[in-house]
Design a protein around this ligand. Structure first.
Ligand code: DGY
Length: 319
């Protein structure tokens, strides 16, 4: 038996899986998922970032062998608890790098060149655009990247192709300059977040960091909403202490329509669509299903989060 807790996997892939394993669609907390207590016989679980995977739920799934996450981020999964219980956790890295990077560049251009703001301008019957409404060139601007992993490096390359100067404070990227973290906030015209949500990064872009930014600077977030202290961000945007933000992710998703962010004109809001292209969602779905089936068939999955468990299973000759 396989649990399915995501609506994002393309339907034909789900149908294919259902021809091989009995599937149960489940979402929510432990009690909702397994109301009668332990769900014996569930060996695989296809999840996405909206599905909490807690120790409590894992305790009700004694036969679980694999959690296959549809997504690169896995902050919804208690990986330590899964590892302790011998459950492999897989995700879908790499296949979405370009899609997320493209969207990031789109968000930078939307903010910098006023694409969303000018759309509203036209709809309100206004024309032409002249000072003080003129915007600034994106080429020549400084992009600060927080989180120089695969996606950060891809964004850096695209930004450099646009003529932006890229700075960062950790890791390395060709042609990018490494600076101190505070200097990054002070110098950047755009800051783009590509760090995973971890205890260390949660709320790590807060009032202090926002106060370091130039009043003309913009914040872009396509990683996880909770990396940013949203209350501090709303205050900075409302008071014009930074020029604007583009957010594909929020602390609470879906963002309630009455949220203060929805009332601010200097914010571009997107519904977590970094990977939402037909091609990328398919590639993610295929990889997530391959990972799931591999473990169910006692083969090695391709992309594993808790590699230490895989090594242990290898030693025991179980993969
Ligand atoms: C991811 O892959 O983690 C993205 O946020 C899409 O869910």
């Amino acid at each position: 038996m396989v649990f399915l807790s995501t609506a994002l996997v393309p339907p034909d892939l789900v149908e294919g899986l259902a021809t091989r394993y009995p599937l149960a669609r489940v979402t929510g907390a432990a009690a909702e998922i397994t109301p009668d207590g332990a769900a014996a016989g569930v060996r695989g679980w296809l999840t996405d970032p909206t599905q909490p995977v807690t120790p409590d739920i894992l305790d009700r799934l004694p036969d679980l062998a694999v959690i296959s996450q549809f997504g690169v981020g896995y902050d919804n999964v208690d990986v330590a608890a899964a590892t302790e219980r011998g459950v492999l956790v897989c995700n879908t890295p790499a296949v979405l790098d370009q899609a997320v990077s493209e969207l990031t560049i789109g968000m930078i251009l939307a903010l910098g060149r006023g694409i969303v703001g000018f759309d509203r301008f036209v709809r309100h019957g206004r024309w032409p655009v002249q000072a003080p409404e003129l915007v600034h060139d994106v080429h020549g601007a400084v992009l600060g990247i927080l989180g120089m992993g695969r996606i950060g490096r891809r964004v850096a390359r695209l930004a450099q192709a646009l003529g932006m100067t890229v700075i960062h404070h950790r890791g390395s990227a060709e042609g990018a300059t490494r600076v101190e973290r505070d200097a990054l906030f002070r110098q950047a015209d755009f800051i783009s977040i590509h760090a995973p949500l971890t205890p260390e990064t949660r709320g790590s872009v807060g009032a202090r960091e926002l106060a370091l930014m130039k009043p003309s600077a913009y914040l872009v977030n396509t990683s996880r909403g909770a990396v940013v202290d949203e209350r501090a961000l709303v205050a900075a945007l409302r008071d014009g202490r930074i020029a604007g933000a583009a957010l594909d992710v929020m602390e609470r998703e879906p963002l309630p329509a009455e949220h203060e962010l929805c009332r601010l004109d200097n914010v571009v809001l997107l519904p977590h669509v970094g990977s939402a292209t037909v091609q990328t969602r398919r590639a993610m779905g295929e990889l997530a299903v391959r990972n799931l089936v591999a473990v169910l068939e006692d083969r090695r999955p391709e992309t594993v989060v808790n590699a230490e468990l895989l090594a242990r299973l290898d030693d025991q000759g179980r993969t």
